[in-house]
Design a protein around this ligand. Structure first.
Ligand SMILES: [Zn+2]
Length: 276
């Protein structure tokens, strides 16, 4: 769909009466951002039925450009229906975040992409990718330090280091992605909430948060029933949980329990599409 068509729909939906001649700046600001959860499960996927069955966690963010966050070992399936990826942002070098890079190469070749895909990542993640994978002609690795501002079309990206892996070779990022007035933070792998992450999330439309553990502890991920009441006090519009592991109840029950802990929080599921 042409950007102009999409943005005029968004304006009508929101009840704004700007004349079409005011296009340009106002339309760019009001244009919606689409989030598509390609996977919402733990490393190795999360078994179950219906929405409780989850592939490894990954998300697509689309405005007039399309950004993929993490390339999982399920990417061959997750990428089947994707016709466009302008850039990739990687959280860290664990296999559930980068293990689909060979499958991304096959996607890139099949889609006859004219240029390598920009891949934004930490230097440590780049080092592991270069040693692990030989064929990287589909990737233009763009080292991004915390605080650097990167752009993909109208999307602006920045990274924050969050606690996750104990091994120092795997520093982990949360990504903040903004388009005009809309913004999201994607923090799928977080050992514990930090004041820095709270500041990083200030004012975002959506926080996508690690929902890995339910009534159980693991050093590398949040125990969401303990962490959610705190995250709920943060100044974010809504919270969507991803990275949901095997300790979580079936999706419908999880949804009820998450809603009881925090009225603005929801459990995401695979293929969930959200327009913000
Ligand atoms: Zn990890």
């Amino acid at each position: 769909m042409r950007p102009g068509v999409r943005s005029s729909v968004a304006i009508r939906d929101r009840g704004f009466g700007f004349p079409r001649t005011l296009a340009g700046v106002r339309i760019a600001i009001l244009e919606s951002v689409r989030l598509l959860f390609l996977g919402t499960g733990a490393s190795g996927g999360t078994s179950g039925h219906g929405h409780s069955r989850r592939l490894e966690s990954s998300m697509l963010i689309s405005n007039r450009a399309t950004l993929l966050i993490d390339v999982t070992r399920d990417f061959a399936v997750q990428g089947e229906r994707l016709s466009r990826i302008d850039a990739v942002a990687l959280t860290h070098a664990h296999r559930d975040a980068i293990g689909g890079l060979p499958a991304l190469r096959r996607w890139w070749l099949a889609n006859r992409a004219p240029e390598p895909i920009d891949v934004f990542l930490s230097e440590a993640t780049a080092n592991i990718i270069r040693t692990r994978y030989q064929r990287l002609e589909h990737c233009r690795l763009r080292i991004t330090a915390p605080g650097d501002l990167r752009r993909v079309g109208p999307l602006a990206l920045s990274a924050l280091t969050v606690p996750h892996a104990q091994d120092p070779r795997f520093p982990t990022y949360a990504w903040r992605v903004s388009a005009g007035e809309r913004s999201i933070v994607y923090a799928s792998d977080v050992a514990h909430l930090t004041p820095e992450l709270e500041r990083f999330c200030a004012g975002v439309t959506v926080l996508v948060l690690d929902g890995a553990m339910w009534h159980r502890r693991l050093f590398s991920h949040l125990t969401i029933d303990e962490a959610l009441p705190t995250a709920c006090t943060w100044p974010v519009g809504s919270i969507l949980l991803t990275q949901i592991g095997r300790s979580a109840p079936p999706h419908a029950q999880l949804q009820r329990e998450v809603g009881a802990l925090c009225a603005k929080a929801h459990a995401a599921h695979d293929r969930l599409a959200v327009k913000i």
